[in-house]
Write a protein that binds this ligand. Structure first.
Ligand code: HPA
Length: 252
């Protein structure tokens, strides 16, 4: 049996479906996690929930302690992570409220603590990152979305930017030329750190706006983002509930 964690992103700082919640504070060599870990169950399935921006959404993307978060989940025996990320849509199919399971990443972030390979560990890990996401978890997400009759994209390149500002039109055009389909600020180094600790990790992204210059509106406003987020996260929560019974049966 797999031990599943859900890392909640913007719009999913709390998981109302989580029951019998037990809070776990983990001390890590890397400092504090974004929040206490919340162990509970959705239906019959046990999970650990961690909101990466904190429960009150107070931690900016570049200030998230990604290493502490992933290390703490590993320490709690987590074998599989489902990461939820709000993103902007770059390519034509990535319209607001679309659910996207990316299969590739380009990392544009900088100055983040992006590896466990440092003086403390005393070793250098050159992890394979050919396929940055777990194909097992990705497969479960896809099959669940098909069963639910959701409109989704199962192949996409996630471009991870530094934030917290949104991008200029020129930056998005460059990312488009690079092959990015969606843009978000928190996909990296989270995915790579999970791989370093041998945790199967995949992403369920929700498009909450057209990226800069891609939509009809001249500017991206919080009103637009919040409205798409509210609608879309309801579907994401249903998807999580339906995917969990299959995820827990993945081989640990
Ligand atoms: N850019 C970067 N990150 C995002 C966006 C965006 O347009 N929307 C949601 N997260």
């Amino acid at each position: 049996m797999a031990t599943i964690a859900i890392i909640g992103g913007t719009g999913l700082d709390k998981l109302p479906a989580l029951q019998d919640v037990h809070e776990i504070k983990v001390d890590t060599p890397y400092g504090a996690t974004s929040n206490v870990l919340k162990k509970g169950r959705i239906g019959d399935n046990e999970i650990i929930f961690l909101p990466r921006h904190g429960e009150n959404h107070s931690i900016a993307p570049h200030e998230i302690n990604y290493r502490a978060n992933i290390w703490a989940l590993k320490q709690q025996g987590v074998t599989h992570i489902l990461a939820i990320n709000a993103v902007g849509g770059i390519s034509e199919k990535m319209s607001p409220e679309k659910i996207v399971f990316p299969d590739q990443i380009i990392d544009y972030t900088h100055s983040r603590q992006h590896t466990f390979s440092d003086e403390k560990s005393g070793s250098v890990l050159h992890i394979d990152f050919t396929y940055p996401y777990s194909r097992l978890v990705h497969g479960v997400l896809r099959s669940t979305a098909v069963e639910m009759g959701l409109v989704f994209e199962g192949e996409a390149v996630y471009g991870a930017t530094q934030g917290p500002r949104l991008e200029s039109i020129a930056e998005i055009n460059r990312m488009h030329r690079d092959g990015c389909d969606i843009v978000g600020m928190t996909g990296m180094p989270e995915a790579a750190l999970a791989r370093e600790l041998d945790i199967e990790y995949a992403c369920c992204a929700l498009v909450v706006n057209w990226a800069a210059g891609k939509g009809d509106e001249e500017f991206i406003t919080m009103e637009i983002i919040e409205q798409h987020m509210r609608n879309g996260m309801i579907v994401v929560a249903r998807l999580i509930a339906n995917a969990l019974p299959k995820l827990v049966h993945l081989k640990a």
